[in-house]
Design a protein around this ligand. Structure first.
Ligand code: HEC
Length: 132
């Protein structure tokens, strides 16, 4: 390898790393006007409603007996989110939802919905699907 090829390889490696970083920070949801979301995120919202997480976390995820998820999802990793929702923290009052097929099947989308709420991109309340 001559110097030029090595330089080119280094530039290519940096570009790949940059693309990777951009992908990692890409939002897991699509939203238009705060009220219209992609089908997956809509299923996340339906799961939130179906499980009535609002009983403890508030209708706008602002917190009630459970913490504000608007705040939590700014710091909680996706893995920790999944672990908490699926296995619960029984001793602290957070039930486990791994017995719910709806939650298990939609856990990524539930995360996407709540992340959108936490980012302030998705408005509270009823959502509809972005028309195709
Ligand atoms: C019976 C009340 C209750 C219900 C229902 C409930 N939660 Fe919780 N949740 C809690 C409590 C209390 C905590 C705080 C546990 C702790 O102190 O670590 C919590 C914690 C969490 C956390 C971790 C927050 C953090 O900052 O670490 C997430 C995420 C979460 N809940 C999501 C959900 C979702 C999603 C649902 C619906 C599928 C749900 N919860 C339903 C009571 C509830």
């Amino acid at each position: 390898m001559n110097t030029r090829t090595i330089q080119a390889a280094i530039v290519a490696a940096f570009l790949l790393a940059a693309v990777g970083a951009a992908k990692a920070t890409e939002a897991p949801y699509k939203v238009v006007d705060g009220k219209k979301v992609d089908g997956n995120t809509l299923n996340g919202w339906r799961t939130w409603r179906g499980m009535a997480c609002e009983r403890c976390h508030g209708a706008q995820q602002e917190g009630l007996v459970g913490p504000s998820l608007v705040d939590s999802l700014k710091v909680l990793s996706k893995d920790d989110f999944k672990k908490t929702v699926l296995h619960g923290r029984m001793e602290k009052g957070m039930p486990n939802f791994d017995g719910s097929k709806q939650v298990v099947d939609n856990i990524d989308y539930l995360y996407a919905y709540l992340k959108g709420r936490s980012d302030g991109a998705i408005k509270p309340g009823r959502l509809e699907e972005i028309s195709k």
